[in-house]
Design a protein around this ligand. Sequence first.
Ligand code: NDP
Length: 325
Amino acid sequence: MKAIFIEKPGDTQSVSVTEVSEDLLPEGDVLVDVAFSTLNYKDALAITGAAPVVRSFPMVPGIDFSGTVAASAHPDFKPGDRVVLNGWGVGETHWGGLAERARVSGDWLVPLPGAIDLRQAAAIGTAGYTAMLCVLALERHGVTPDQGEIVVSGAAGGVGSVATALLAAKGYEVAAVTGRTSEADYLRGLGASSVIDRAELTGKLRPLAKERWAGGIDVAGSTVLANMLSMMKYRGVVAACGLAAGMDLPASVAPFILRGVTLAGVDSVMCPKPDRLEAWARLASDLDLGKLAEMTVELPFAQVIETSPRFLEGAVRGRIVVPVS
Ligand code: NDP
């Protein structure tokens, strides 16, 4: 089978497109013919080696994929079923989606809702499913459209683009934060009601700033998240899922203890299956597939490796789908 293959015989890793024997696939009770994989921020980290995402070598990267079941010993799946997989350490500790076949635990697979085809499932990918988990986190904490604008950081990226479209579809006003104000038309096209220069959230941090937003979805961490928290309205809620600006959080407790602000963490990798099923069902019902198409570009398998460094420079817009077979 054709695969992207990361090896690390010594101190440095090498990555190539190569033919790998299917016999070497890791253990699992479901064999999947992968139709599409994607390129997420974490995949770019794995492929470039910029961060220690890959925990065992050799590794097939690709933290998500969509495809069709080829063989199954799992009671929930049979050959021909359309499935999607996000996370569970796939592409990090277990061979992932950037190969023609994947062998995984059936417990990790989500049956694809009928409204979503295999390409759309990959276009949504881990970024889109995480965006949905963030929206669900806001809802669970009682955020409703009448409470005010929701701020979304990294809005032109994968999580941010899908979050913007999902929130707009549910009637929220979305303040899209971007370092690329040249993408303002794109963001308004996804449904953003205002576009904010990222510089407004990277300045000197004040414990409390003027109350601006009822909620937030943050992919950046660091000063962006800290400033976002300081600008929340009374009882605002921020769903935090990313670290594009950094792992640190130079914040004060003032928003929490003086405004009752909630910081809700969102993890997609080990997220329990019932939450995944809910997220994918909501993606099927809420996401405007026309907007999904607008934010998606296709990347040939052969160009994944050379494109990965650009991804880390924040030069990629929206979502990248990789046809695998
Ligand atoms: P993308 O690269 O597609 O998007 C990230 C966006 O963040 C960029 O497009 C850019 O948007 C913005 N950005 C880049 N650098 C900075 C910076 N220094 N400060 C502030 N914003 C910045 O990545 P994804 O959308 O796939 O992922 C976003 C983040 O979420 C990543 O950190 C990723 O690891 C994390 N993530 C976490 C998951 C989880 O389970 N918790 C799951 C999926 C992703 P713009 O140009 O518009 O500012």
